[in-house]
Design a binder for this molecule. Structure first.
Ligand code: FE
Length: 334
């Protein structure tokens, strides 16, 4: 353990020991979701229940390693992270425990949670097609697979394959088509690239707006953020595969840690996070879709229209991740 993380660990351990002994009503959350997206939610929870939520934020792999290293002494009760690939890794490393809760089963659809109940999606982001409204007619678009066709030669823009979002997208394509066919699709994408992959989704969209390419693949909330800043930007989202497999969705989600000391309190918080009130906040703050299908999204998000999800369980994003990375490398997707 590095010195800085040692200090962090001690600080938290002390804080937790003090507070928990005083009230017994406390949950400790490690979150890869940014502070500004979670603080208002935890404040609402504390106001309603009196239960304190202590949290620290960090990158998903760092938090995962940290919980592993802390082992039985970990103060963490709940891990929140983004992308099913990361949630799968956490479960696979044994740092999450199964929670069989009627509330969670009712609120979170089966394809958005671990079949073994160790993690639950809390908000949904679609990774979908974005296009220039100046140079592309939506009728010309159809599926992710068709972006490999010659019609899109030198017109496609992608984010780097290093990002877990693209690894999960390709992993889910492997679930649908098998590796050989998926490699053909990804090779076709690479052939169609207008320029080298970008470091983030926003740059992909800005490059399309600037005319560097005509279409790309991005997470919906980045489109929402850009649309809020620049309402006139000549871009729109397209929902692919509506008659053929559905749109690739992913989640941010959470699981109770294997060594949670406040297990009941952690379950109660997780259940609350899946409830109507919390879902609106949790998804709305980041312009995502509530994982609970009974809750309407933010009006801006709603304005993009309804679409069919891929029904394949997101655990496949983790199961096929290593293969997806090797496949993208062979296809020359950097
Ligand atoms: Fe993101």
């Amino acid at each position: 353990m590095k010195k800085t993380s040692c200090i962090w660990f001690l600080t938290i351990a002390i804080l937790v020991a003090g507070a928990a002994s005083a009230t017994g009503k406390e949950v400790v959350v490690y979150s890869a979701r940014n502070e500004h997206l979670i603080r208002p939610i935890f404040e609402a929870y504390t106001a309603q229940t009196g239960v304190k939520v202590r949290f620290l934020t960090g990158k998903a792999p760092v938090l995962l390693q940290r919980i592993k290293a802390e082992g039985k002494n970990s103060p963490a009760d709940l891990l929140i992270t983004v992308d099913a690939g990361n949630l799968w890794h956490a479960a696979n490393e044994g740092i999450l425990q199964p929670i069989d809760s009627a509330t969670l089963r009712a609120n979170i659809p089966a394809h958005l949670r671990d079949p073994n109940l160790r993690w639950f999606g809390l908000s949904v982001r679609a990774r979908t097609i974005v296009y220039s409204t100046e140079r592309v007619r939506p009728a010309a678009l159809n599926t992710y697979e068709e972006l490999a066709g010659s019609k899109w030669k030198d017109r496609l823009l992608l984010r780097t394959s290093k990002k877990v979002y693209n690894q999960s997208l390709v992993a889910m394509l492997i679930s649908r088509h098998g590796a050989a066919k998926t490699e053909e699709i990804v090779s076709g994408w690479v052939d169609n690239l207008a320029t080298a992959p970008f470091s983030n989704d926003t740059k992909v969209m800005q490059a399309i707006a600037a005319g560097q390419g005509d279409i790309g693949i991005v997470n919906t909330y980045y489109f929402g953020r850009l649309q809020k800043k620049e309402p006139e930007i000549p871009l729109a989202l397209f929902w692919p595969n509506q008659n053929d497999g559905g749109v690739h969705v992913n989640v941010s989600g959470a699981g109770v840690t294997a060594h949670s000391r406040n297990r009941q309190a952690a379950i109660a918080l997780l259940e609350w996070l899946s409830s109507a009130e919390a879902q609106k906040l949790f998804a709305g703050l980041n312009l995502e879709y509530p994982a609970n299908p009974h809750i309407k999204p933010d009006p801006l998000v709603d304005s993009w229209g309804d679409f069919k999800h891929s029904p394949i369980n997101l655990t496949n994003a983790g199961l096929n991740q290593a293969e997806a990375i090797r496949l993208m490398d062979r296809a020359g997707y950097r």
